[in-house]
Structures are given as structure tokens and as C-alpha cells.
Design a binder for this molecule. Structure first.
Ligand SMILES: [Zn+2]
Length: 567
């Protein structure tokens, strides 16, 4: 019995269904018919590091400790890139390893550096460049690269900005084919009980080229993108053909799960809550002439967004707006950063609340928690209520209805020993074409401004298609199924007990009960049971730095994330 999980990162029915119906995706159309399918809900916030950690652990962030790309641990000025070392609970392959089963995993966000478990592990787009421990077995890595005929590519930062759609399409199609080839090599080369690989190209292409698919998008207005659109459809055809090749190579006793960690849709507007908090006086700026000058320019529109638009006009916008903040490298970036109002100009000792993160996360600056926290613990509740009420009054600029759907508190989203790291408030917008901006400081000077950079962004509704061993023909996934159910399902299919503290549940509705080995929920005592014999060598390379990334690696990864539009 084996389980093969292929991540079609960010895949949505809004693209797959019409293309399957038009005959462009014959493999997916067939698998949906002979197998089972449904909408796999993401978890909020639907960001790759959070979503994939949920997939690998079956638990919410309060139990595994990963809340975002960066972890600030309540110090608003010092963020570190999260890695597998930040995950405070077992990964599915660690549990499987204790039961004598081995895993091959590659491209899975947050899985680097490989944690000791039997199998072969390959890093992902959050790994440092040229890391000696990028894979768990350098000799096998060399074999893989020989088979690929080129160095392995963990990420692509190709962007569409400035009319570069054709180039982005070409690069991202190559990136997809490169990973499909790697999957085909590894699935035959290595022994495995679980195989898990995430194809990041499907996420990247939707971020960059959503306007090519949904031509009503502002970015596509007045432009003939029909040629690019053909290429975009061809990208999905190539994915479909790749899945057909993979399926043909699967051992006969395998269950195949095609999953996405979140869906996708258009983004038209950015919402920057720090602008709102600054207007309200919750964010205080330093009282110096220098900062007053910065604020004067900021009020008149001199922001990184303005600078970025200028660069686009002069065809210089190879890089994302995120380049103009954070740990900058080049002279232009440094100039841009020093020119604009930023978090370095905030007076933290007088700042009551700030937004930090990619999905509307707001933190109260609490005395004794943040380094310069100033809100007394007894004032936290009234302040949160006031901020919540204020947020609910923000009107949707087009309809006048409330823009905010709800403001969640920590307890609404998180439960577990690490929940104290979570934001105090998380804002969920009603209209997902409006996207809370992932920038910590003052990229724009308006609460709501037209989006720039990526034209597509994440949605809660991901996909799942299951076929092969044990899958009931035509079965439908329960509507409340979420990606936290993936690990319990894998354990269930492989006959391994499900630890009792898992938040997800096995997707029994998809499978014929007779083929599933009897498993019960594991008791506490059993989780420390004697480990089984690993079927082959555990991780052979020691991680480079026990504390996490080195400062240079951290800076380089933050830069990569900025280039992708995440920071
Ligand atoms: Zn993703």
C-alpha cells in the first residue's frame, strides 16, 4: 500500500473545471470520473507556509507554531524566515518513519531542512541557495541533476510586471516541466510508502498571469493577450500530460491524491491597515524633524508604490515593490528604502497597534510582551473592541457595504501551546478581490489602493482529486473537508494510528472501507511506541545551522519573498 500526494499548488476549480470540460485536461477529467473529487478548504490565512505545515502535520498553527512566512515572536522589528525547525510537532513522515515506512518529499514548502526520517527529502522555494543540506542525500541529488540535465531549480522569481508576460510564461512552463521530470525520476529511483511533491509552478503562474486567464482584469484592459492565453492553457495541458505520465508509473497498490493548498482568484485592490492605524493614531511616528519630513512626502504620495509605478513606466520594474524595504542589497533599493517612511520611523513606545503579515493580521503592542509595548494589559480588551468596531465600519469603495466580513480573535483561529505567538486580530474581507497587503510599513498612503504586481491571489477553496487503490468511483469530498485532513488520511491509508491531538480527520467518505486496514486513534502511550525498522537510510547530512538560517541566508530568502511580492 502506498500513497502518492502531488501538490498542484494553488490549483482552483475555477481554472481546472472549464479546462477539463473543454477537453484540455483529459487526464484530470478521467481521474475525476473514475475517482473521487471535491473542494479541499484551506485554512486561514491561506498562505503556503501555513497551509503546507497544516498538510504535513494535520494540526492548526497553535499546535505547530508556524503562522506566516516570517516569525517575529512579538518583536515588530526582527523577523526570521520560518523553516522546518520552527515546526513544533511531528511531520507525517516522522510518524510514518516510526512505523517503518519511508517517504520521498520534494518542493514541499516548510519541509527544509529535512528532519530525520527514513526516506529522501528535497528542499523547496524557502530553502537557502546552494545549501549543502538542500537534499537529504547529496549523492542521490547528483543523480537527479544528471537525469534532469541541469541544476535543480527550487524556485522561479519570474514576474509579469512591465509587459513581461511572455517571458514569465516561458520560465514558469519550464519550471513546471523541470519539476515533473524530477518527480518522475524520484518516484522510480527511490523506495517509498509516501511520496509527496509540491509543484510550485501552478501557484506562481496564477499569481503572475491571472489577468491572462480572466481578461476582465484591469491589467488586461486594451491589450491583446490572446497568444499568452494560449500558452497559459498549454501550461495546464502540460501539467495534465505530466500527471498522466506519473499515473502510468505508479505501483498498482497506490492511492493517488492530487491536492492544492488553497485556491486562486483575481486581486484588484490592496488594503493597507497600517495606513488606517496611522490615521487613527494607533501608530505613532517619532517626533523628529527628519521623520516629519518623511511624513510630509508620504502624505503627498511619495511611497514605494509611487516609486514602483515610476519604474514600470520606465520599464525598470523587473523587481517587486517589496524590494524597496527590508534588508536591501543594491544601491537603488537602499536609496528607495531610506527615502520613504517606514517602520524604522515608528515610535514603538507610543504605538498601540500595528498590522504585520500577509493576511490582515493586527497585533496590540502590549506592555511586557513586545519589547517596547505600551498598552496596559487591562486596556487590551477595550482597544481590541474599538479597533474591531472601527474596521467593521470601513465601507467597500464600490458598493458602500462593509468591506470587512469579520474580525477574528486569536481563539477563533488557533488552539494549542503556541497560540500565544498568533496575532491578536485577523481581518477577513468580504470581497477577496480586495487583498490585505503583505507589507509591514507604509508602501502606500491610502487604506485602499489599486493592486500592483501579482494579478492573482489565494482563495480558501482548493481542490482534491483522488484515484487508485481504495477510492470509491464518483465519491464526493465532504464540504467541510480541509487540508488538515490530508495527514490523517495518509496515516489511515497506510494503516498507521492517528495521534489523538490531530485537528484533521481521515476522509473516509472517499474510500472503500474494506481496503483500509483497521486503525484506531492512537493513545498517548502508543505514540511513544517502539519505532519500526526504517526501510532505508535516514537523513545523512546534518543541518548547517542548528539555530535556523544564517543571517545571510535569512536575508537572501527574505529578498526572494520580496521579489515574489510576499513581504
Ligand atoms: Zn500555496
Amino acid at each position: 500500500m502506498k500513497v502518492f500526494v502531488l501538490g498542484l499548488d494553488g490549483a482552483t476549480w475555477d481554472v481546472l473545471k472549464p479546462l477539463a470540460e473543454s477537453g484540455d485536461l483529459p487526464t484530470l477529467a478521467r481521474l475525476m470520473k473514475v475517482g473521487a473529487s471535491g473542494t479541499l478548504n484551506s485554512i486561514f490565512p491561506p498562505l503556503s507556509p501555513v497551509a503546507w505545515t497544516g498538510i504535513m502535520t494535520g494540526k492548526n498553527s497553535g499546535k505547530h507554531g508556524v503562522f506566516e512566512f516570517l516569525e517575529y515572536s512579538h518583536n515588530p522589528l526582527v523577523g526570521r524566515v520560518n523553516s522546518s525547525k520552527a515546526i513544533q510537532t511531528d511531520l507525517v513522515w516522522e510518524i510514518l518513519g516510526r512505523h517503518g515506512k519511508s517517504t520521498v518529499a520534494g518542493g514541499v514548502p516548510m519541509s527544509y531542512p529535512a528532519r530525520p526520517a527514513p526516506g529522501f527529502y528535497l528542499g523547496d522555494f524557502l530553502s537557502p541557495a546552494n545549501a549543502p543540506d538542500f537534499s537529504s542525500d547529496p549523492a542521490l541529488m547528483r543523480e537527479l541533476e544528471t537525469a534532469l540535465g541541469e541544476p535543480y531549480r527550487a524556485w522561479s522569481t519570474a514576474v509579469h510586471d512591465g509587459g513581461n508576460e511572455a517571458n514569465a510564461l516561458k520560465e514558469l512552463t519550464e519550471y513546471l516541466e523541470h519539476h515533473l521530470k524530477a518527480v518522475q525520476f524520484l518516484m522510480k529511483r527511490c523506495p517509498w510508502d509516501l511520496f509527496m511533491f509540491d509543484l510550485m509552478a501552478t501557484d506562481r503562474i496564477q499569481h503572475e498571469l491571472w489577468h491572462v486567464w480572466e481578461t476582465a482584469h484591469r491589467e488586461a484592459q486594451g491589450r491583446d493577450l490572446s497568444k499568452i492565453r494560449e500558452g497559459y492553457v498549454d501550461f495546464w495541458r502540460k501539467l495534465d500530460a505530466g500527471i498522466a505520465r506519473i499515473e502510468a508509473d505508479l505501483p498498482p497498490d497506490t492511492t493517488l491524491l492530487l491536492i492544492s493548498d488553497h485556491g486562486f482568484g483575481a486581486v484588484d485592490w490592496y488594503v493597507n491597515f497600517n495606513v488606517w492605524l496611522l490615521d487613527r493614531g494607533d501608530i505613532a511616528l517619532q517626533d523628529t524633524l527628519y521623520v516629519k519630513q518623511k511624513k510630509w512626502f508620504y502624505d503627498r504620495g511619495a511611497t514605494p508604490q509611487w516609486f514602483y509605478n515610476l519604474m514600470v513606466k520606465f520599464h525598470m520594474a523587473e523587481q517587486r515593490v517589496g524590494r524597496f524595504r527590508g534588508k536591501q542589497t543594491g544601491p537603488i533599493e537602499r536609496l528607495a528604502e531610506s527615502a520613504f517612511l517606514s517602520k524604522r520611523h515608528v515610535d514603538w513606545s507610543k504605538t498601540k497597534a500595528y498590522a504585520q503579515g500577509n493576511f490582515g493580521q493586527i497585533f496590540i503592542n502590549i506592555k511586557g510582551r513586545q519589547p517596547m509595548g505600551c498598552v496596559d494589559p487591562e486596556d487590551v480588551r477595550p482597544l481590541m473592541d474599538e479597533i474591531k468596531a472601527g474596521l467593521m465600519k470601513i465601507p467597500h469603495p464600490e458598493t458602500g457595504e462593509p468591506l470587512v466580513d469579520k474580525v477574528l480573535e486569536r481563539e477563533d483561529l488557533y488552539e494549542g501551546p503556541h497560540a500565544h505567538l498568533a496575532p491578536d486580530l485577523t481581518v477577513v474581507l468580504k470581497d477577496w478581490r480586495y487583498r490585505t497587503i503583505g507589507l509591514h510599513d507604509f508602501t502606500t498612503n491610502k487604506l485602499i489602493s489599486p493592486s500592483f504586481g501579482p494579478t492573482g491571489d489565494h482563495r480558501m477553496e482548493g481542490v482534491l482529486i483522488a484515484s487508485g487503490r481504495g477510492v470509491k468511483r464518483g465519491a464526493h469530498l465532504n464540504p467541510d473537508a480541509s487540508l488538515l485532513d490530508v495527514t490523517p488520511t495518509i496515516l489511515h491509508l497506510l494503516g498507521v494510528p492517528i495521534p489523538p491531538d490531530m485537528d484533521g480527520r481521515p476522509m473516509n467518505e472517499l474510500f472503500d472501507p474494506s481496503i483500509i486496514p483497521e486503525t484506531e486513534t492512537e493513545t498517548e502511550a502508543e505514540s511513544d511506541a517502539t519505532p519500526g525498522e526504517p526501510t532505508f537510510a535516514p537523513v545523512s547530512v546534518e543541518p548547517t545551522d542548528a539555530a535556523g538560517y544564517t543571517e545571510e541566508e535569512d536575508a537572501a530568502i527574505q529578498q526572494r519573498l520580496a521579489d515574489l511580492g510576499y513581504l
